[in-house]
Design a protein around this ligand. Structure first.
Ligand code: TEU
Length: 569
């Protein structure tokens, strides 16, 4: 991709709003569209180009809106369609775009499609979902009689028995989130209609939830395959049957033809794809194949996990370099990366990969930001990340709200694990860490609500909040503003080639970016120990500082968590 010819999103930065936790405008303790409208100038001030809005559709909220019961409306808890139209208009007026969340691997069990499907085997919509009888030779409801042995993302089996018909339906996530059957062309047509309806309304694209799970590996006779058994469990890993399944590229190309083809090139699509490999991502994001513009991959947020989200282990910097380096190289000539540390599903990056002690919190948050934003790809900022928001000090299980955390706790208790151990892991990994209200000011509810927040405000908001940072040039907020501006003004940041340096070094993360003879060198100290640069990277010592996260005390030494972007010859 060359400057001048590259798509607009190569120099764009996306900001994710998780509406429940962003800003409440009516005092019910839950964020809403009115709140987002009132805070748009925060996004403008930050300089982001796109707002990705997590689901605001009508929903029973079993998974905070990722369980949708009506694709073409707004949940009254969040507001109304007129406000969504106003949001589109107000964003466009400020030169920003709106990306909606598209959750079409599954619906809510309360969606009229599923209610109809569940009404009986003769329902015209029966085949819109995955209904299967009990395993041959076993009575329905008997443990192990589920049609496959797959374990759900949210604990337990992926199959739920419907007593009325004696058949099971598939749910890769919670039992309240039945999977749609994309094999059925009527399902696809209904979804494409809905997507066109949103685009006609003025939205600028979609972030597609678990979109690489929509094609399942189903035998011609309808049989689904068991997966390899999981250690210490009666269940198995079904992912080979539903991650990047046999028809995934066909479905995405069809979606592109039916929904996006012929529309202006101001649109953006990003596919969330757990388990996607670089090789697959090249196919998904090759513009010539017309599937999606970019994908969210999960490799770098799995490096500190021992196979399971609930078995965290320390991150080794060289693994992070190998992973990011592999992705940068793999998508260098074809396709495009998206870049993120945080989202509504991940614990807070400053606590997870940085150092949230008072001494190093600001420096590590800005160091991590610099490291990520200087890669090639489109950076995503998750609400509060630009303020250095950290994990929450959860005291007990009653402090959690997330269905994933609660299901895991129940399953772990049933398996005889020690409550204190399970709580320690939840404290570190729970998605609720990301979901505490945005910290706008030091007032008791952090300026988020006049009521009682649905999830407690982090007590650290008295010092860590937007108001305190707004006028402070040394704040995390100011640093994000500078990073975002740098991508807009420096073609080498958006489009330059990427070369990883010092791949085996355990504390220094260094790389160069190069475009038409213009070279930036990025050096980051990912730790508390000062790092001499003179022998390792002499070019860094006399490079011209383009952007740094602290005043340079000694050009030849990187201070703890110091990050520098240097122009070198
Ligand atoms: O997440 C997909 C996903 O596979 C994981 O991120 C998963 O939710 C979990 O965090 C793994 O530990 C998407 C949404 O982002 C998430 O919020 C939804 O719960 C999920 O899909 C189901 O819609």
């Amino acid at each position: 991709m060359r400057p001048g010819k590259a798509p607009w999103w190569t120099s764009a930065v996306v900001y994710q709003v998780y509406p429940r936790s962003f800003q409440d405008s009516d005092g019910d303790g839950i964020g809403d569209l009115g709140g987002i409208l009132a805070r748009l100038d925060h996004l403008l001030d930050l300089g982001v180009d796109v707002l990705w809005l997590s689901p605001v559709y009508p929903s029973p909220q079993a998974d905070n809106g990722y369980d949708i019961s009506d694709y073409q409306g707004i949940d009254p808890m969040f507001g109304c369609l007129a406000q969504l139209d106003e949001l589109i208009a107000e964003l466009h007026r400020r030169g920003m775009r709106l990306l909606m969340d598209l959750v079409v691997n599954h619906t809510s069990a309360e969606h009229p499609w599923f209610v109809e499907s569940r009404s009986g085997p003769d329902s015209p919509k029966r085949d819109w979902y995955w209904w299967r009888p009990a395993r041959a030779g076993m009575p329905a409801g008997h443990p192990g009689a589920e049609p496959t042995n797959w374990q759900s993302f949210f604990s337990g089996s992926t199959w739920e028995l419907d007593e009325a018909s004696g058949e099971y339906y598939l749910h890769l996530f919670d039992r309240s989130q039945p999977d749609l059957n994309w094999e059925n062309p009527q399902v696809r047509t209904a979804i494409y209609d809905m997507m066109r309806w949103w685009l006609d309304r003025g939205v600028d694209g979609f972030r597609m939830d678990v979109i690489n799970m929509i094609s399942k590996d189903v035998a011609p006779d309808g049989h689904l395959h068991d997966g390899p058994p999981l250690a210490g469990s009666a269940l198995g890993d079904g992912s080979a049957s539903y991650l990047c399944g046999p028809r995934i590229h066909e479905f995405l190309q069809e979606m592109h033809r039916e929904v996006f083809a012929g529309r202006p090139d101001t649109l953006l699509t990003v596919g969330e794809m757990p388990g996607v490999t670089v090789e697959q991502a090249r196919l998904f994001t090759d513009p010539a194949r017309a599937e999606v513009d970019m994908v969210f991959q999960f490799e770098h947020v799995s490096l500190d996990l021992d196979g399971s989200k609930w078995r965290p282990v320390p991150l080794r910097l060289r693994d992070l370099k190998a992973s990011f380096g592999h992705w940068q190289a793999g998508l260098a000539d074809v396709g495009w990366n998206s870049l993120y540390w945080d989202n509504h599903d991940q614990p807070r990056a400053v606590s997870r990969f940085g150092d949230d002690s008072p001494q190093f919190r600001r420096d590590s948050a800005t160091c991590l930001a610099t490291l990520l934003h200087l890669h090639r790809g489109t950076p995503y900022v998750y609400q509060g990340e630009e303020l250095g928001m950290a994990n929450f000090p959860f005291a007990g299980i009653d402090d959690f709200r997330d269905v994933e955390s609660l299901n895991h706790f129940t399953a772990a208790m049933a398996a005889g694990q020690a409550p204190a151990d399970v709580l320690a892991v939840l404290r570190r990994m729970s998605r609720d860490n990301a979901r505490t209200p945005v910290q706008w000011d030091a007032s008791p509810s952090a300026g988020f609500t006049t009521g009682t927040p649905w999830l407690a405000v982090n007590p650290d908001h008295v010092t860590w909040n937007a108001e305190a940072q707004r006028g402070d040039p040394s704040s995390v907020l100011a640093h994000y503003r500078r990073l975002i501006a740098l991508r807009h003004t420096e073609p080498v940041v958006a489009l330059g080639d990427f070369t990883m340096l010092l791949p085996a070094h355990e504390e220094i993360y260094a790389f160069s970016r190069c475009l038409d003879g213009d070279t930036l060198l990025v050096v980051c100290n990912v730790g508390r120990t000062p790092q001499p640069l003179g022998e390792l990277l002499p070019a860094a010592v006399d490079g011209e500082l383009v952007l740094g996260n602290m005043a340079v005390a000694d050009p030849a030494v990187l201070a703890p968590w110091e990050a520098r972007v240097l122009r070198v010859r």
